[in-house]
Write a protein that binds this ligand. Structure first.
Ligand SMILES: Cc1cc2nc3c(=O)[nH]c(=O)nc-3n(C[C@H](O)[C@H](O)[C@H](O)COP(=O)(O)O)c2cc1C
Length: 355
């Protein structure tokens, strides 16, 4: 036992370690189940899935493990559906469509799945835990989850967001520092005013709320787990470290990049999706850097980039694909999720002098 046991008791875990969900297609049932079977909380990022795919996913996860697991959704933010004048944005990306030989998107972009329908399907399917990012779902959704015995986790990038997650009645809060890989989940202030590093954020959140705090961002080995617990967290959520494991859905080029020299200096960029996210700099990021503030918001830029990202990923071209990564990627090593989780627990205990 290396903690006060609040996260373990809340979710029914052996270890206070959550495998962070990966949206955008990098989550796998295999990874989530492996983490849950090893005593942590495996998660699956479902924000791009249609409602019927979510129903099927929860059934697959339940078949793969008897242990608790979490499914994650993105709460939509204001302005996401506003139409934009696309021509200039498509022209900016035209050289990349041409280089990859993929057609540029037409003037009407495919609609994203409806959050209302996604969350209805998810609550109906009743996974043990649902986690949310980018905002707080409605009181009705949280009440229905509560009635069905589903635990809920909210994600905060600032102290105010953590207080709002607690006030909404959610069971635990992820304090996500700006060191973290993937998208920033700011929802109360502009994202540029919500970039608090993990070391600063976690103790302030621990002081401000009474629900269990799960630290995220830049934690990749036992020293990071120990530090988060000393800072007042009840548990940790690790994304990049689990992305590097055998069971993750990251491509071979992505996994290689996590251990390459550019992973030591990740960047925050809007270029891939229209929403700020942390990843490894590559040719695309370097060439389009002057347009960081000119690209259209999520989900428009995301849809415009999809053909480029897909073609580059299929062909194994790291230069044009989003290589999401947190700042601690170089601390990770390729291995199985179980080996990784067991090493995190043993090394954290040793660091804290609990062996
Ligand atoms: C590829 C990738 C995709 C992610 N997608 C999501 C997501 O859909 N929802 C979410 O709540 N967090 C998402 N995250 C954040 C992770 O779940 C986790 O909180 C974060 O990676 C922790 O920081 P670390 O990367 O430094 O370990 C993503 C992270 C990565 C690296």
């Amino acid at each position: 036992m290396i903690t006060r046991g609040r996260v373990e008791a809340l979710f029914g875990l052996e270890h206070p370690i959550v495998q962070g969900p990966f949206g955008g297609g990098l989550s796998t049932v295999r990874l989530a189940a492996a983490v849950s079977e090893a005593g942590g909380l495996g998660s699956f990022g479902a924000h791009i899935l249609e409602p019927e795919q979510i129903t099927k996913l929860v059934a697959e996860l339940k078949a793969a493990t008897d242990r608790p697991f979490a499914v994650n959704l993105w709460v939509p933010q204001a302005g996401e559906t506003e139409p934009a004048e696309l021509a200039a944005h498509i022209d900016r990306l035209r050289p990349y469509y041409e280089e990859l030989g993929v057609p540029a998107p037409g003037p009407v972009l495919p609609p994203s799945p409806s959050f209302a329908e996604q969350v209805e399907a998810l609550v109906e399917a009743a996974p043990p835990v649902i986690s949310f990012v980018m905002g707080i779902p409605s009181p009705e959704v949280l009440a229905e989850a509560g009635r069905r015995g589903i635990r809920t986790i909210g994600t905060a990038t600032t102290v105010d967001e953590a207080v709002a997650v607690e006030a909404a009645g959610m069971d635990a809060v992820v304090a996500s520092g700006s060191d973290a890989g993937g998208h920033r989940g700011a929802f109360l202030r502009l994202v540029d005013e919500s970039l608090v590093g993990t070391f600063s954020l976690v103790p302030q959140v621990a002081d401000a709320v009474t629900i269990p705090v799960i630290a995220a961002g830049g934690i990749a080995d036992g020293r990071g787990v120990a530090a988060a617990l000393v800072l007042g967290a009840d548990g940790v959520q690790i994304g990049t470290g689990f992305l590097a494991t055998d069971e993750s859905g990251a491509s071979a080029v992505h996994k290689r990049a996590l251990h390459g020299p550019d992973a030591r200096t990740t960047v925050l960029t809007r270029l891939f999706s229209g929403r700020l996210a942390r990843g490894i700099p590559n040719r695309f990021v370097r060439e389009l850097r002057p347009y960081e503030d000119a690209v259209p918001p999520y989900p428009i830029q995301n849809a415009l980039m999809l053909p480029i990202r897909r073609a580059a990923a299929e062909r194994g071209l790291p230069d044009l694909v989003n290589l999401w990564s947190g700042q601690a990627a170089p601390l990770t090593t390729p291995r199985s999720a179980r080996d990784y989780l067991e090493a995190l627990v043993a090394d954290a205990a040793r660091t804290l002098g609990h062996t």
